[in-house]
Design a protein around this ligand. Structure first.
Ligand code: SAH
Ligand code: SF4
Length: 396
């Protein structure tokens, strides 16, 4: 291939060659993708499936990054792999630890772009909040990420790479020869696609990355420990169940179309009634796999008793829980957090209607790691304040 030939764009099926080395990064390839890549590089077809199984275990079970360590492969074959392939993760630029133990990683991906990843430890589990896009095409008026233009979708490798680098930092890969490391509680036990970006606008890469996370010969997280949050991309919602099988969260945030048009502008495309129809048909919804309705509490905007009662009426018949998120402030944000008493009253009304209504405790606020505070500080392409206000319908 000539040096200046265009990079292969279809990352889902065809691995991308790294521009500097001409080697292909194995991270993020599905099993089928890896098999195809091994064959294309010269691995005999009849051996390829077995080789994928071996390499997969090294990379995703043991966390190995060096072909030389893959001792169940012949030396020549290891050299062949090193010649054609890389095992590359995105680079961690900074790592901040909050006073409450929350960790935020600023991660650099190809092209010099940056995304943020947040690890939230709890007593018996730990949740990793990962990003699916640099920036976001949507412009929810209360969300910091929404003030940043979409720069690009993350590749599957960059998405699963976030999980792997967090496991690196937590020291959670098992030691070769020391058992599987699966007996104790996991530090990183849950994944939420609630970082930067709208995951349903980068569906194929999100799906491939989550399939890697769920693969039993590797990271082996159960599908029920992965939650995808969407602002309401109605035509893609069912795929989260049929192609990934994960749990679903929806950024609901308002009980009338007027208010939701302002807060979550995608509502102008798919309104509340249309969204609720899609949720009623969500293939996996059941009492054991309820849909989470996220509801950000904005003072004087969406937090009245009437809102709470309307919310309960709207979601009737959907196996649901409501996660109330006290608004997290960011510089220049046009909203304030509802008072604690107001949030509790709102939660009570929902609870008495028969729904779980936990109030999310903000985590990592001191390092700007809480929900909706993520943004790549160094991204140059920003929307102006006026543009944000206009898009959110906040101007006259
Ligand atoms: N784009 C997806 C996932 C990322 S946002 C989505 O919108 O669902 C994850 C959650 O944080 C969403 O429910 C979002 O509405 C919420 N959020 C955004 N900004 C926030 C803020 N400033 N305070 C509290 N929650 C916020
Ligand atoms: Fe994008 Fe979600 Fe933020 Fe809306 S809330 S701007 S969809 S990241």
């Amino acid at each position: 291939m000539p040096a200046n030939a265009p990079l292969v764009q279809d990352l889902h099926t065809i691995p991308r060659k790294l521009p500097d080395t001409g080697r292909i990064n194995l991270i993020g390839l599905t099993r089928d993708g890896m098999r195809a890549a091994l064959i294309a590089a010269g691995t005999p077809e009849r051996q390829a499936k077995m080789r994928v199984g071996q390499i997969w275990q090294w990379i995703y079970h043991w966390g190995v990054r060096d072909f030389a360590v893959m001792t169940n492969l012949a030396k020549d074959y290891r050299a062949f792999l090193a010649q054609h392939f890389n095992i590359d993760l995105p680079e961690v630029v900074t790592r901040q630890v909050s006073s409450d133990g929350t960790r935020k990683y600023l991660v650099r991906i190809a092209g010099g772009h940056e995304v943020e990843v947040v690890y939230i430890p709890e007593e018996d589990r730990g949740t990793l909040c990962i990003s699916s896009q640099v920036g976001c095409t949507l412009t929810c008026s209360f969300c910091h990420t929404g003030t940043q233009k979409l720069v690009r979708n993350l590749t599957a490798g960059e998405i699963i790479g976030q999980v792997m680098l967090a496991r690196d930092d937590l020291g959670e890969w098992p030691e070769p020869g020391q058992g599987t490391g699966e007996n104790g509680p996991r530090l990183l036990s849950n994944i939420v696609l609630m970082g930067m970006g709208e995951p349903l606008y980068n569906f194929d890469n999100v799906r491939d990355a989550m399939k890697i996370a769920m693969d039993g010969e590797g990271i082996a997280l159960s599908r029920r420990r992965i939650t995808l949050s969407t602002s309401g991309v109605v035509p893609e919602i069912a795929r989260a169940a049929t192609e990934i099988g994960c749990l679903l969260a929806v950024s609901f945030h308002a009980t009338t179309d007027d208010v939701r048009d302002t807060l979550v502008p995608i509502n102008k495309r798919w309104n509340i009634a249309t969204l609720l129809d899609a949720l009623r048909e969500y293939p996996n919804a059941s009492n054991s796999e309820r849909i989470t309705f996220e509801y950000v509490m904005l003072k004087g905007v969406n937090d009245t008793d009437a809102d709470a009662r309307r919310l309960v009426q709207l979601i009737a018949g959907i196996p649901a829980k409501i996660n109330l998120i006290p608004f997290n402030e960011w510089p220049g944000a046009p909203y304030q957090r509802s008072d604690r008493a107001r949030i509790e009253r709102f939660a009570d009304i929902i609870y008495h209607a028969g729904y779980a209504s936990p109030i999310r405790t903000p985590r990592g606020e001191d390092i700007m790691a809480a929900c909706g505070q993520l943004k790549s500080a160094t991204e140059r392409e920003r929307k102006s304040r006026a543009q944000i206000a206009a898009e959110a319908g906040l101007t006259d």
